[in-house]
Write a protein that binds this ligand. Structure first.
Ligand SMILES: CC(=O)[C@@H](O)[C@H](O)COP(=O)(O)O
Length: 270
């Protein structure tokens, strides 16, 4: 058993999946199932409450999965809090993925507004999972504010540029007392493995799965990569050697030294 535990709740998958950008709701549903994810995030602004039960995106999220509404589109703390409260009223969950992204070009999270919103939402009884810059000081402040996880970016949302924040993620992991979920920009399964090998507790992937030629297969690939990276981390990695010298994998001296004088091989066929 190696469950991901968030706010006292155990999940047997360390891959969280987003629901945007899929060509069709049916493809999304099949991909969610293929990913093995237990937590699925949905943008509250995409949910049409009047269409629930009539083909809204939420109708295609398998009911056994935990819904993590997000405040995507919010540009300041006030808007994020309003969206979160609407989401809670509509879905009945206290979980919220806090996103405050005022810059339309980078969708970079606003650290000050994110922290402010986190404080307000925690005080209001939410379980807050904040999307944030890869900044160990901010991560500490969010944790102190009562956030249930820290969700630093790997690279810009939707960029598929991989783990550009590797060093900062390592520093965050080293100091965090809550799960660290690397969120955004993971473009290929090996990016997820890399994040997990660094010691991240989980990863969140949306675009790379949704826009793949075969989203269902890509979802499975991310699932396996997440597991592989986690196992690699738990197994304890070897320290990299210097770039200028090899270290033989087989201890040649001991083996050759133990051999007796060469033996004459029998001649076959004449
Ligand atoms: C779906 C979500 O909530 C975001 O965190 C984001 O969209 C994920 O990033 P990628 O789309 O780059 O995977």
């Amino acid at each position: 058993m190696d469950d991901l535990v968030i706010a006292g709740q155990a999940y047997d998958s360390r891959l969280l999946v987003g629901t945007g950008k899929f060509a069709a709701h049916e493809v999304m549903r099949a991909s969610l199932l293929a990913s093995g994810a237990r937590i699925v995030t949905v943008a509250l602004r995409r949910v049409d409450l009047d269409r629930l039960g009539e083909g809204d995106v939420l109708d295609f999220v398998p009911p056994e999965l935990t819904l993590l509404p997000n405040t995507s589109g919010a540009v300041d703390a006030g808007e994020a809090v309003r969206l979160a409260r609407l989401g809670r009223a509509a879905t009945g969950t206290d979980l919220v993925k806090l996103e405050v992204t005022p810059d339309p070009r980078t969708l970079a999270p606003d650290p000050i507004e994110t922290l402010r919103a986190a404080e307000l939402l925690v005080a209001d009884g939410f379980t807050v999972l904040p999307y944030c810059s890869a900044d160990p000081v901010l991560a500490r402040r969010l944790e102190e504010a009562g956030c249930a996880t820290i969700m630093p970016l790997g690279s810009w949302i939707g960029s598929n540029r991989g783990l550009r924040t590797r060093d900062a993620i390592e520093a965050i992991v080293a100091g965090a007392g809550v799960p660290v979920v690397v969120d955004a920009g993971l473009g290929v399964p090996s990016d997820a493995a890399e994040a997990m090998e660094l010691g991240a507790d989980a990863v969140l992937v949306n675009t790379a799965i949704a826009v793949a030629a075969d989203p269902e297969r890509m979802a499975r690939a991310f699932a396996l990569a997440t597991i592989a990276g986690r196992l690699g981390y738990l197994a304890g990695q070897a320290t990299p050697g210097p770039s200028t010298a090899a270290a033989p994998s087989s201890p040649l001296t001991g083996f050759l030294g133990a051999l007796p004088t060469p033996v004459a091989l029998p001649v076959v066929g004449g």
